[in-house]
Design a protein. Sequence first.
Length: 395
Amino acid sequence: MIEPIASFLRPETLDDFVGQDHLVGEGKPIRVFLQNGKVPSMIFRWPPGCGKTTIAHIISQTLQADFFRLSGVTSKKEDLKKLIDQAKLNAQYGKQTIIFLDEIHRRNKAQQDVLLPFVEKGTIILIGATTENPSFTINNALLSRCRVFVFEKLTDLQIVDFIQKNLPKIQDKFPGILLSEENLLLIARLGNWDLRNALNLLESAILLKKEWVISDQDILSAGQKQVYYDRDGEEHYNIISAMHKSLRDSDADAACYRIQRMLAWGEDPLYIARRMLRFASEDIWPADNNALLLANVTYDAIAKIGMPECRVFLMQLAIYLAKAKKNNIAYRVDLDTLADVEKYGNLPVPMHLRNASTKLMKEVGYGENYKYFHNDPSAKDQEHFPQELKGRKYI
């Protein structure tokens, strides 16, 4: 069996590690923890291929701890309990146990709760990895017992430097392979800030080679640049938020780019159209009465024609909304009236505004002293709010 490049090049020490200088550089938290020989339970957050698993592995090697890796998707509660039993046994002999739980956000509340007492007592050192925001996906009780460290995407140059540094090892495995700096930069760019993805791309290009010299075409044939976008995760909300704010700031170019980004990774165009339909009322009306009409027509047109033809509809709408004059009065009135409804609850309708549909209702005062505007223009001054909100102005 041939070991993948990404596996045999996995760094064994912090000095061989690439990126995350804010965590592993001199005087930075993880390096200091290791120098002191003791690390807390931690949550590693952010994109794939930036070194979360590798750092966990280096920590275990440095501390000479038992290291167990579990998947938040495939592992079961029973798997975790077996490792905890082993950790209790290790503790009797002064040996530390690290459980690396990949995709920890995939575990439900009950599965996460199993970890609580053992993390708190120090029976295990938990290192959880997640591409999601832990504030939303990890129990507060478990989160409060762990340090959260946010990893950063690797730069193209960091990926290039790592491959160049390890090129002799790659050439030992694939003798005669020649790579130019242009090749490496292309691999880094196509890797989409993901070192593992870049190394897998390199390996595929080597396997596709026709000669010892790797060409750009070999690399391009090995795979396309991925667009990082998670329809169910934080990046989904980050990008739709960026689109909305770009429209609000009248930046049509940025709004169209965000829309194309979402569409390229399979977002439902009707979701985007629905958000712009809301925008037309929330951020534009009454400055431009046509915005809501166009947004509604665009939504219907997208539903009829679908992808990929409907892309141009979204671009047209985004450009119009971005260039339209802005007014958020409807949005402000919505928030202010909602606040009063929630604060005051079921306030009674003033008697003069009630409809006296029966004789008894009329006798008890329903509709009494009501002024009919068409006959009495002073009716505009009659009170329409309950006593608690008398004279309230939202507009």
